[in-house]
Design a protein around this ligand. Structure first.
Ligand SMILES: [Zn+2]
Length: 457
């Protein structure tokens, strides 16, 4: 504990406000507080074994490494940037070569013990296969991530993440592992969430940022907490939002709860990052199982993971058995918020700025839809907080004015609003936009998860 002198007041560092339990606030203290050197040494040793397994058992990777001129002596973890990236399309191709499991399955078919599916938004779904050890690994990483947010076994957790077919369903194993009281509801089941919160069935609520915002718009602070226990904590995941101040502050003040966020990547681990109650970004929680890299958005050259760096995350699974990935381009554009924390965890912290697919360029400047949400959210309650960019064609460049649809409550027309939003976006984000106000009943999807950009011809 001497490393934490000065910040080691009881209950202050890694616990939710008001949580006066005496549990350690770090799930695996030795692993999560290890020095950078210890972490690298541990990962390098595991990587050596993993690389030989992958070359031996994955025809997909064996071929790719051969094509990249990688010799039998392999590549050490420090030189991993010599290996080619893996994209979502590459993994899809591996599946198509030998459906349904593909040429990247590294265990016998009998060793596959759980199958998730992708949403298949861009075609047929693919599958994500887990061995029994993979199931345990995902649960362990998820336990570190969710525990980091402040969830302990004495909490009662209302979760609106479905049981399947998507990887978010793995959260149910994680909640069991943490030993909480779990209160599951179906995704988007507004009535049951409102009932559960009004009745005081839970003190913690897990939801997408959109859904949490939607619930916050419908519940005032007086509405929750009448039962026992009262809601104290909202954990958002599945999309950026919980880290955007205008959204976070709204959920916190409407529900009277602390907001933290989690993030994962389907092909790597569904809960890989968790934000501690310091609320300064999500800690990387995959130490020992996943090797993270940060690369430049344009050149894809390796970048140092340091405070302020903005790039795309790349992941290598060090322990994954059934479907390992090597240098997987996750598509998440992130900003590194720090590399130490008063909570004592030594892993870096980040915020997700958005998906690479959602990013666009206006007159040479990168724009993330999450930045638009941050501006739009300041116009609450005249807006609900949801918005999306309308894109034409497949290009990444957009000519101003950029068409943006903003969701508004079902009130009489607010004639000044569109112009004021356009002015705010122009002054804050320096591009011209054309705002269309869409009433809630017409915006669609009842707030479960919002696509930040839509393509229309
Ligand atoms: Zn922390």
């Amino acid at each position: 504990m001497e490393t934490m002198s000065g910040s080691c007041q009881p209950h202050a560092s890694g616990r939710l406000q008001g949580d006066d339990c005496n549990r350690d606030w770090i799930w695996e203290r030795e692993l999560e507080t290890a020095s950078a050197d210890e972490t690298l040494a541990r990962a390098a040793a595991v990587w050596e074994t993993q690389l030989s397994r992958v070359v031996e058992r994955s025809p997909f990777y064996a071929r790719r490494f051969r094509e990249a001129g990688i010799g039998p002596s392999g590549v050490g973890l420090e030189d991993i940037a010599q290996l080619p990236f893996t994209t979502k399309d590459d993994l899809k191709q591996a599946i198509d070569e030998e459906p349904p499991f593909g040429t990247n399955v590294c265990v016998p078919q009998g060793g596959i013990k759980r199958l998730y599916q992708t949403s298949g938004t861009a075609g047929a779904p693919s599958i994500i296969a887990l061995s029994s050890a993979d199931i345990k690994t995902w649960t362990a990483i998820g336990a570190r991530s969710y525990y980091a947010t402040g969830i302990h076994d004495h909490h009662s957790v209302l979760t609106s993440f479905g049981a399947g077919p998507f990887v978010a369903g793995h959260t149910h194993f994680v909640l069991s592992r943490l030993g909480v009281r779990a209160v599951p509801v179906a995704p988007g089941d507004t009535d049951r969430v409102l009932f559960s919160l009004r009745s005081g069935l839970a003190d913690t609520f897990l939801a997408t940022a959109s859904f949490a915002q939607y619930i916050a718009n419908r519940l005032g602070q007086g509405d929750v907490g009448s039962g026992s226990p009262a809601l104290v904590h909202v954990v958002t995941g599945g999309e950026p939002g919980g880290g955007i101040p205008a959204i976070r502050d709204h959920i916190q003040s409407a529900l009277g709860a602390t907001v933290t966020e989690v993030m994962g990547i389907g092909d790597v681990a569904p809960s890989l990052f968790g934000e501690c109650p310091q609320q300064e970004g999500m800690h990387f929680c995959g130490t020992g199982d996943v090797w993270p890299e940060l690369v430049d958005l344009d050149t894809r050259e390796a970048m140092t993971i340091e405070t302020g760096a903005v790039g795309e995350m790349v992941y290598t699974t060090l322990t994954r058995e059934a479907m390992p990935v090597v240098r997987f381009l996750g598509g998440d554009i992130v900003r590194i918020e720090g590399t130490s924390c008063p909570c004592g965890r030594t892993s870096f912290r980040l915020r997700c700025l958005g998906r690479r697919d959602d990013m666009f360029i206006v007159r040479g400047v990168n724009v993330y839809p999450s930045a638009i949400l941050a501006v739009v959210g300041e116009f609450r309650p005249r807006v609900t907080g949801r918005a999306r960019v309308v894109r034409q064609g497949s290009g990444v460049s957009v000519q101003p004015p950029v068409p943006i649809e903003v969701e508004v409550p079902e009130h009489p027309a607010d004639v000044a609003l569109a112009g004021q939003l356009e002015d705010a976006i122009r002054s804050r984000l320096t591009f011209r936009s054309r705002i269309e106000l869409i009433p809630e009943s017409a915006f669609g999807e009842s707030g479960y998860k919002t696509r930040l950009s839509v393509r229309r011809e």
